[in-house]
Design a protein around this ligand. Structure first.
Ligand SMILES: [Zn+2]
Length: 389
């Protein structure tokens, strides 16, 4: 791929992911300086699109974010592996565990991140998934049921205090006692609140939306394999287009037919993608820790409790997610890219996009026509850190 590799400054000619026109984009000191039509004779080989944004990363590249005493080096290793796979920024995700331990890990990760410029730019915020989720078998998923609990105002305040003014996404079950007050409280403190691992009734979803709930985490997962065909959480969320739904587009967490139906029902809108990756993301099959639990990842990139059939996260890479989604929907990958970049960032109050004055975080993509790109480069603050060809 042709681009000038001067430190934090450069220019590239590529097809624009939205206009499909050749553009020349220049950046200076890590910031996009200009976007203009390319010269008439330009024949770019690559496409340019904003770097992907994943709001649910539990670990990556062999690094488990649930473990105690994460080091700066481990966090950098995970962030760099994510960049290699198309994602420049993400929400570091902590799941249900014993409350004081969860808070301690959050404070620890926040301190590591605040002290390091590279991590400050890469970790855009925090996703706290649980412990205020359903404890019912199936809905609790792979979270430890003994640690799920009702939310209370003190715990919501503690999350805000631990994260300072950073963006926070809180996933909870609206049917839990105290959840309605918790949603309003969290929103008043500037957090984004999604439902998830929940069997909320339609009335409970409506009440939650009235208090500020805006989305639903990994729709199609965090629920039992068998559901009442007439009335279940998928229908209830789907029929409320005001609730943005995230999905794991790996062809397995949501099978291709329901994936297409979900998109058709929403007209392709109010849907975003996440990998929900754990340590095995961007790493080979094997056994990986997820907090105190050991999980197994097969060649299908599905994460399971050893011997169990239910899913416990994915080892999907963000770029693979876009291309698999395009294959399932039989639509151009450029159309799907938005749900894993600009729309995902906006869902949690962040910005992403190719705009003058914004950080030069972008991907150069050479498509293959297959389920993954022939070549992918992720540029971060105007620099190329890693390449995966
Ligand atoms: Zn989950």
């Amino acid at each position: 791929m042709k681009s000038e590799r001067l430190s934090r400054s450069g220019r590239v000619v590529a097809f624009h992911w939205q206009s499909w026109e050749p553009v020349e984009i220049a950046w200076n000191d890590g910031v996009i300086a200009s976007i203009a039509s390319a010269p008439q004779n330009a024949r770019p080989e690559t496409w340019i699109a904003p770097a992907l944004f994943d709001l649910q990363i539990n670990g990556y590249g062999g690094v488990d974010f649930q473990k105690e005493d994460l080091t700066t080096e481990e966090l950098r290793r995970a962030a760099r592996a994510l960049r290699r796979d198309g994602c420049a920024r993400f929400f570091l995700t902590l799941v249900t565990s014993e409350w004081n331990g969860l808070l301690a890990r959050l404070r620890h990760a926040k301190a590591r991140r605040d002290a390091d410029p590279e991590l400050r730019a890469a970790i855009a915020g925090w996703h706290i998934e649980g412990p205020f989720i359903s404890g019912v078998k199936g809905f609790v998923g792979a979270h430890p049921p003994e640690h799920v609990s009702d939310p209370d105002p003190g715990k919501i305040c503690a999350l805000r205090e631990a994260t300072g003014s950073d963006p926070v996404l809180l996933t909870l079950a609206p049917e839990r006692a105290g959840a309605m007050d918790a949603i309003a409280h969290a929103v008043s403190l500037g957090m984004t609140v999604f439902g998830g691992h929940s069997d909320a009734s339609g009335a409970q979803l409506d009440a939650a939306v009235a208090r500020g709930l805006t989305g639903f985490t990994h729709l199609g997962n965090g629920c039992p394999q068998a559901l009442d065909r007439h009335d279940n959480i998928l229908w209830r969320v789907l029929e409320r287009p005001e609730i943005l739904a995230s999905m794991i587009p790996d062809t397995i967490h949501v099978a291709p037919a329901p994936f297409r139906v979900l998109h058709a029902a929403r007209g392709g809108r109010n849907l975003i993608y996440t990998t929900d990756a754990m340590a095995a993301g961007g790493a080979p099959p094997g056994r990986y820790s997820f907090g105190k639990t050991m999980l197994e990842v097969g060649a299908d990139q599905i994460v399971r409790l050893p011997g169990a059939s239910n899913f416990a996260g994915s080892a999907l890479t963000p770029a693979q997610g876009v291309f698999r989604s395009a294959a399932m929907l039989r639509r151009p990958w450029q159309e799907c890219w938005m749900r894993f970049s600009t729309a995902a960032a906006e869902a949690v109050g962040c910005r992403a996009g190719l705009r003058v004055g914004e950080p030069a975080d972008f991907c150069l993509i050479r498509p293959s026509g297959g389920p993954s790109p022939a070549a992918l480069e992720t540029w971060f603050r105007g620099e190329l850190y890693e390449t995966a060809d």
